[in-house]
Design a protein around this ligand. Structure first.
Ligand SMILES: *[C@@H]1O[C@H](CO)[C@@H](O)[C@H](O)[C@H]1NC(C)=O
Length: 222
C-alpha cells in the first residue's frame, strides 16, 4: 500500500513542479554593446533578435549578430515586428531576411505599433504564410491584454510567448490560451529579476517553460 502512495506522491510532484528556465534574452540593434561570450558565460542559452518590421525594414545588425552568437554556441531566434497591412509581403520579407531557417526560432511580435497595428485577420494570414513556406508555425509574442482579440484558428496553433513584466510565479494568459513556452518577465526596467545580463546590461529577459535540456532539444520547435 505505501508503495502505491509513494508512487502517487511522486507522480503528483512531477506534475505540479513546473521547471522554468531563465536562460533566454531578446534584443535588437537598440542594444549597442553586446559581447556574446559574456552573455554565454552568464548562463544564457538562446538569443532572439529583431530581424524585420513591416515590408521593408531590416534590423541593421541582425545578420552579423546571428553569426557571432552562433559562433559562441548560442541558439538563435528571429522576430518580426508586425505592422498594419500586407501580411503576406511582411512574412516574405521576414523569411527572406532570416535566410536559412535551420535552427532558427521564428517569432511574430504583436504589440501596439503607434496605432499602425497588424489586425488579428492579418496576423492569421501572416502565420499561415510562414507555415506554407517553412512547414512550421512561428511563435506568437504579445501581452495578455493586447492578444485578447487575437483568438483565431491558426494563431492558436502557434506556441505562445507571453509578455508580462512581473515577479509573480506565473504570467496571466489570454482566456483562450492554456499554456506558454516563453515568458518575457522583464524589459530590463520593470518586472522580475534579474533584469540584466553580463555582456549587455539591462535588456528583455525570458523564462522558458521547461529545462535547459528541453530547450536545447526542442529548439527551434518550441
Ligand atoms: C508547460 O509546458 C507543458 C508541456 O511541456 C504544458 O503541459 C504546461 O501546460 C506548460 N505550463 C504552462 C504554465 O504553460
Amino acid at each position: 500500500m505505501w508503495r502505491i502512495i509513494l508512487l502517487l506522491v511522486c507522480v503528483w510532484m512531477s506534475g505540479s513542479q513546473s521547471e522554468f528556465t531563465n536562460s533566454v534574452i531578446d534584443i535588437s540593434h537598440y542594444q549597442t554593446n553586446v559581447d556574446f561570450s559574456k552573455v554565454k558565460s552568464d548562463g544564457i542559452v538562446a538569443v532572439i533578435h529583431k530581424a524585420t518590421q513591416g515590408t521593408r525594414y531590416v534590423d541593421p545588425v541582425y545578420s552579423q549578430r546571428r553569426t557571432l552568437a552562433q559562433n559562441y554556441g548560442l541558439l538563435w531566434g528571429a522576430y518580426h515586428f508586425a505592422s498594419a497591412g500586407n501580411p503576406i509581403a511582411q512574412a516574405d520579407h521576414f523569411l527572406k531576411t532570416v535566410g536559412n531557417i535551420d535552427g532558427v526560432l521564428l517569432v511574430v511580435d504583436l504589440e501596439d505599433n503607434g496605432g499602425n497595428n497588424m489586425t488579428p485577420d492579418e496576423a492569421e494570414q501572416f502565420v499561415k504564410r510562414i507555415r506554407e513556406k517553412t512547414g512550421r508555425y512561428p511563435v506568437v509574442y504579445g501581452s495578455p491584454n493586447y492578444l485578447k482579440t487575437f483568438n483565431k484558428e491558426n494563431l492558436n496553433k502557434c506556441s505562445l510567448w507571453i509578455a508580462m513584466y512581473s515577479s509573480s510565479p506565473q504570467p496571466i494568459l489570454p482566456q483562450f490560451r492554456k499554456s506558454w513556452v516563453l515568458w518575457q518577465y522583464t524589459d530590463g526596467a520593470e518586472g522580475g529579476n534579474p533584469r540584466s545580463v553580463a555582456g549587455i546590461g539591462t535588456c528583455d529577459r525570458d523564462r522558458y517553460n521547461g529545462s535547459v535540456d528541453q530547450l536545447e532539444n526542442r529548439w527551434p520547435n518550441l
